[in-house]
Design a protein around this ligand. Structure first.
Ligand code: MG
Length: 157
């Protein structure tokens, strides 16, 4: 059994959609990034890659590569999950926390879990997604961006 951790941050910007866990969420701003800037999917990918000893998403999908410009990160998550399986691992569970002052994310959590489950080819019951604020503190509290943490457990088949 192996554990993995991932952490990511993207800053808010004008004129882009806000995409978290593969779900487009109505909000006045989106997140800046080379891909679709899905900070939750990115944290989960890094957790999975870390657990499998495969490095990080920067080495698989470099932000200098035009191939990944505006990439759908849920599709990248599906690729990462397939790499983890190719190494002979099964994903036991994924647990993640999104840190955002705004918008309220509770209405979208179940849909995010569904998208993540379909990408990683696991059950919704194997996925936790929570959202919290940081009580107005720090860069998330100042609404400068969104952060996400993720952990996962994988086991050798
Ligand atoms: Mg990222």
């Amino acid at each position: 059994m192996r554990i993995g951790h991932g952490y990511d941050v993207h800053r808010f910007c004008e004129g882009r959609p806000l995409i978290l866990g593969g779900v487009t969420i109505p909000y006045e701003k989106g997140l800046l990034g080379h891909s679709d800037a899905d900070v939750l999917a990115h944290a989960i990918m890094d957790a999975l890659l870390g657990a499998a000893g495969l490095g990080d998403i920067g080495s698989f999908f470099p932000d200098t590569d035009d191939q990944w410009k505006d990439a759908d990160s849920i599709k990248l998550l599906a690729i990462v999950a397939s790499y983890v399986r190719k190494e002979g691992f099964e994903i036991e569970n994924i647990d993640a926390t999104i840190i955002a002052q705004e918008p309220k994310l509770r209405p979208y959590i179940d849909l995010m879990k569904d998208r993540i489950a379909k990408a990683a080819l696991i059950e919704i019951s194997q996925i936790g997604v929570k959202a919290t604020t940081e009580e107005g503190l720090g860069f998330t509290g100042a609404k400068e961006g969104i952060a996400a943490h993720a952990v996962c457990l994988i086991t050798k088949k």
